[in-house]
Design a protein around this ligand. Structure first.
Ligand SMILES: *[C@@H]1O[C@H](CO)[C@@H](O)[C@H](O)[C@H]1NC(C)=O
Ligand SMILES: *[C@@H]1O[C@H](CO)[C@@H](O)[C@H](O)[C@H]1NC(C)=O
Ligand SMILES: *[C@@H]1O[C@H](CO)[C@@H](O)[C@H](O)[C@H]1NC(C)=O
Ligand SMILES: *[C@@H]1O[C@H](CO)[C@@H](O)[C@H](O)[C@H]1NC(C)=O
Ligand SMILES: *[C@@H]1O[C@H](CO)[C@@H](O)[C@H](O)[C@H]1NC(C)=O
Ligand SMILES: *[C@@H]1O[C@H](CO)[C@@H](O)[C@H](O)[C@H]1NC(C)=O
Ligand SMILES: *[C@@H]1O[C@H](CO)[C@@H](O)[C@H](O)[C@H]1NC(C)=O
Ligand SMILES: *[C@@H]1O[C@H](CO)[C@@H](O)[C@H](O)[C@H]1NC(C)=O
Ligand SMILES: *[C@@H]1O[C@H](CO)[C@@H](O)[C@H](O)[C@H]1NC(C)=O
Ligand SMILES: *[C@@H]1O[C@H](CO)[C@@H](O)[C@H](O)[C@H]1NC(C)=O
Ligand SMILES: *[C@@H]1O[C@H](CO)[C@@H](O)[C@H](O)[C@H]1NC(C)=O
Ligand SMILES: *[C@@H]1O[C@H](CO)[C@@H](O)[C@H](O)[C@H]1NC(C)=O
Length: 511
């Protein structure tokens, strides 16, 4: 509780969060038109509660059945249905075509979660009853002289093995995988994701050319290698001519990576841990207490120590543990000794309902989700805003390493990235962003004015914030006033937001 007291005041500097700001902006193309400067752009920078649904209703979570029609056991779910293994994304069959042909697409920025993977080692049971093999794929690592090219290198990949002379047992499954790594199925899903985006933005809209052109298209990854594993397949899906060709992936230094995000934002970390996973907040503990009998069953069956705090401060570990199996057509686990005592489908569904509830709580239902997400993801949002400005002819882009003509930027990220972004956009119905979860920002011009459309899972996003509302051709002044009001141009507000002066002052430390 110490944190919740001091952290609330940490965000005192964010008093503008509950205010309405007036935008002075007014973006024109080459032919300024008076109608594109709104006479009164007022933007609401405060948090607004998401829609109430089964997902954030505890009695449905605890006493309900099923999992809202969501899919957890195949990458080939119906289009437009939540599929944890392979979330809906932009594709020619469901793309909401802009009917008014006077809107011209000017710039596209895509961000999505990586595709399906083996579980993180920390989420595997102490003893697994089966092994997991990844010998149907290679994880390539290597180096090669470029700028200028020198001698060629071999394309080297990892062959994971355990040694009979090494007496230690690895964390996680036996077998030939890293935990985590993108699986063969996840690589195939990544490839298809690229094929689908290309079919829309090149085949259908002619916005990007058929052939790869690094002056027009760029890709960015995080410091976690699984995003590069996805990008390598996705790019070849978009541009088959890229297969086995050298292709740059933009990446920021680990310590300041805004995409993952990996930069330090102490105030946001403390705020998250004051109300969410790991906190002692009663509003957080309620669902954990209500799920006591489920926990007892899962702990007894899996051998997880009921005292293991990382398994019991949230359902994250059990969720990953069970869903990763199902996405790869592996059975739900059974007791190692009493092999007829297995996790049932109903129990797995309850774990999934609890996980969805937790993400909704952490990123939308708690009003603290908003300042915590703004602090920890504000830099990426400022970069996006700068790329939008650049596309309108106003200043440099956020990436001066690439051509100034980039019109399609593609970011491969994580659930923590997508969740924070959805929190900032105030998605009306929050869910846990499954594998491949995608948000697309499309900038349009019309009669010299600019507008933004945002797609979530390939469909137009709805925000609970009244200034954003249905994110369909929102005047760019409104969007930029919202982003700038929260994070500042060039993320100028973020260093201040992220500081935790109280920790230094009250001598309690911030650990
Ligand atoms: C602008 O809009 C806000 C909110 O709708 C309203 O309160 C305010 O009076 C308006 N200002 C002007 C100058 O019209
Ligand atoms: C679930 O149902 C039980 C039995 O009816 C009830 O005691 C409990 O309060 C319910 N839990 C929630 C969170 O509604
Ligand atoms: C996935 O789960 C659903 C619901 O239990 C079931 O009907 C379906 O057959 C399963 N599909 C696969 C591929 O296992
Ligand atoms: C375009 O028009 C079709 C047919 O009226 C409609 O179904 C679709 O939703 C429209 N697209 C958008 C983006 O509004
Ligand atoms: C699930 O957790 C159990 C218990 O820690 C572990 O043995 C197992 O490897 C995990 N499996 C997955 C798929 O995460
Ligand atoms: C995993 O490997 C360890 C050490 O080699 C062995 O003791 C254990 O039985 C293996 N487990 C499975 C499920 O193969
Ligand atoms: C290629 O390798 C050979 C042998 O080490 C070396 O002599 C040569 O300079 C290298 N070429 C380049 C372009 O670096
Ligand atoms: C790539 O795009 C740039 C910018 O539009 C253009 O100047 C160049 O000719 C293109 N390159 C190719 C190979 O088409
Ligand atoms: C859990 O911790 C309590 C108190 O430290 C201890 O008495 C108990 O034996 C522990 N239980 C397990 C399963 O380790
Ligand atoms: C094994 O598990 C089954 C199903 O949970 C249970 O009915 C049975 O009593 C258990 N057997 C032993 C020996 O614990
Ligand atoms: C969250 O809501 C509570 C009460 O509803 C209020 O006291 C608190 O100031 C709000 N916090 C933020 C960060 O908006
Ligand atoms: C890119 O930006 C950095 C930091 O502002 C600057 O040092 C560098 O010279 C710039 N590079 C180019 C090519 O503009």
């Amino acid at each position: 509780m110490r944190y919740s007291q001091s952290t609330l005041s940490l965000f005192a500097g964010l008093s503008s969060f509950s205010t309405i700001v007036n935008s002075q902006g007014g973006y024109y193309g080459s032919a300024p038109s008076a109608s594109c400067k709104p006479s009164n752009t007022t933007v609401d920078l405060s948090w607004h509660a998401p829609v109430k649904s089964g997902i954030n209703d505890l009695s449905t979570v605890i006493n309900g059945t099923g999992i809202y029609g969501f899919v957890f056991n195949t990458s080939q779910g119906p289009l437009s249905t939540y599929d944890w293994c392979n979330m809906p994304h932009t594709n020619v069959h469901t793309y909401p075509k802009v009917n008014d042909s006077s809107y011209k697409l000017e710039y596209v920025e895509v961000i999505h979660r990586h595709h399906k993977r083996t579980p993180y080692a920390a989420n595997t049971f102490p003893v697994e009853s089966y092994s997991w093999d990844c010998s149907d794929e290679g994880l390539f690592f290597g180096g090669k002289p470029i700028n200028p090219y020198g001698n060629d290198s071999a394309s080297t990949y990892w062959e994971v093995y355990t040694s009979p002379s090494n007496p230690l047992v690895p964390e996680g499954f036996n077998g030939t995988c890293q935990f985590p790594q993108i699986t063969r199925g996840g690589l195939d899903d990544s490839h298809q994701h690229g094929v689908d985006l290309k079919a829309v933005y090149s085949g259908m809209l002619g916005f990007i050319p058929e052939q790869y052109n690094r002056s027009l298209v760029s890709y960015r990854v995080t410091n976690n290698v699984i995003t590069s594993q996805v990008a390598s397949m996705l790019i070849a899906g978009m541009y088959p001519g890229r297969a086995n060709r050298d292709t740059p992936l933009l990446i920021q230094p680990d310590s300041i990576d805004s995409l993952e995000p990996a930069y330090t934002c102490s105030s946001a970390s403390h705020l998250f841990s004051s109300y969410g996973s790991g906190s002692s907040a009663p509003s957080w503990h309620q669902h954990l207490n209500d799920a006591a009998s489920l926990y007892a069953k899962l702990d007894a069956l899996s051998g997880v120590n009921p005292n293991a705090s990382d398994w019991h401060m949230s359902f994250d570990h059990y969720f990953d543990n069970l869903s990763a199996r199902l996405c790869h057509a592996k059975p739900l686990p059974c007791d190692i000794v009493n092999t007829t005592n297995c996790v049932t489908e109903a129990e797995a569904n309850e774990v999934f309902r609890l996980g969805e509830y937790e993400y909704s709580f952490i990123y939308r239902d708690s009003n603290q989700s908003f300042p915590a997400s703004v602090g920890s993801y504000g830099i990426w949002v400022a970069e996006l805003a700068q790329n939008i400005r650049h596309a309108m002819g106003d200043g440099q882009s956020s990436v001066n390493a690439t051509s100034p003509q980039i019109r399609y930027r593609h970011n491969v990220a994580h659930d923590g990235s997508i969740s924070r972004l959805l929190a900032i956009l105030q998605l009306d119905r929050m869910v846990w962003p499954g594998m491949g979860s995608e948000v697309v920002f499309e900038l349009y011009s019309k009669s010299g004015c600019y507008f933004l459309r945002v797609l979530w899972g390939g469909q137009i996003m709805n925000s609970s914030n009244p200034s954003l509302g249905r994110l369909d051709m929102v005047p760019i002044d409104t969007i930029l006033a919202y982003f700038d009001g929260l994070v500042g141009v060039g993320a100028s507000k973020i260093p201040g937001i992220c500081q935790t002066p109280e920790c230094a002052v009250d001598g309690e430390g911030c650990a």
